[in-house]
Ligand binder design. Structure first.
Ligand code: PCA
Length: 218
């Protein structure tokens, strides 16, 4: 039997940035063995539509048992597992191909939303215990990250295989990015890579999430 595969995706740079911390972090984990599983990293275009085709191809190729998509959330100070993907594309900026859909469904006729099937509360608990600032996020936005997250969850719900879990984690700017945006928070690459190790390990180990608040008042 071949060892189970974990797919980690990161994005190419967008919005005028020279790097995307999500790709820098996931590529550092390509080939990492955790228990009997092996991590495979793939870079995804920051382009509506194309991102989903690339994700589909990676899932077809690797047949992973766990998929964690990662993206940059400039301005956030913490590692934030996302709770919910919504079926809407609403680009505040253009994607890397100049596309800017406004109020279009990610997948026409699909449900309004999907919840992450990662143990997001347990991931936040384990990240905090490891010394990494983390919180549940209740919105992945309406740009390409939410688009990819929704497409991932729709595909897993529709085509399985049953038992494959997936979700999305947003991460802050790297310090070298934040240095161009005075006042913006950041997190060093080593901490982000450690955080993704925790996210993968906890996702593989925990199948029933904690009942612990990760809510927000607004
Ligand atoms: N962050 C963007 C898209 C790609 C990325 O890394 C987002 O949050 O939608």
């Amino acid at each position: 039997m071949t060892s189970p595969r974990v797919l980690l995706t990161g994005f190419e740079p967008f919005g005028g940035e020279a790097i995307n911390p999500s790709w820098e972090a996931v590529r550092a984990l390509d080939g990492w063995r955790v228990g009997d599983a092996t991590v495979h990293a793939r870079r995804i275009a920051c382009v509506f539509g194309q991102a989903l085709r690339e994700l589909d191809a990676a899932i077809d190729e690797l047949q992973p048992t766990l998929v964690i998509a990662v993206g940059q959330a400039g301005g956030r100070a913490e590692v934030t597992p996302e709770r919910v993907a919504i079926n809407i594309d609403d680009g505040r900026i253009c994607d890397n191909a100049g596309g800017q859909p406004i109020d279009e469904p990610v997948v026409a006729g699909a449900p309004a939303a999907y919840f992450s099937t990662l143990p997001i509360k347990a991931i936040v608990r384990d990240l905090r215990a490891a010394g990494v600032p983390a919180s549940v996020s209740n919105s992945a936005g309406t740009f390409v990250c939410n688009h990819l997250f929704f497409g991932l969850m729709h595909r897993l719900a529709m085509r399985g295989p049953a038992g494959v879990r997936g979700g999305f984690v947003h991460i802050p700017f790297l310090p070298e990015q934040a240095a161009r945006w005075p006042g913006q928070p950041s997190m060093g690459l080593a901490a982000v890579v450690d955080a993704l190790r925790v996210a993968v390990g906890t996702s593989l180990a925990v199948h029933q999430d904690l009942r612990e608040t990760g809510g927000a008042l607004h």
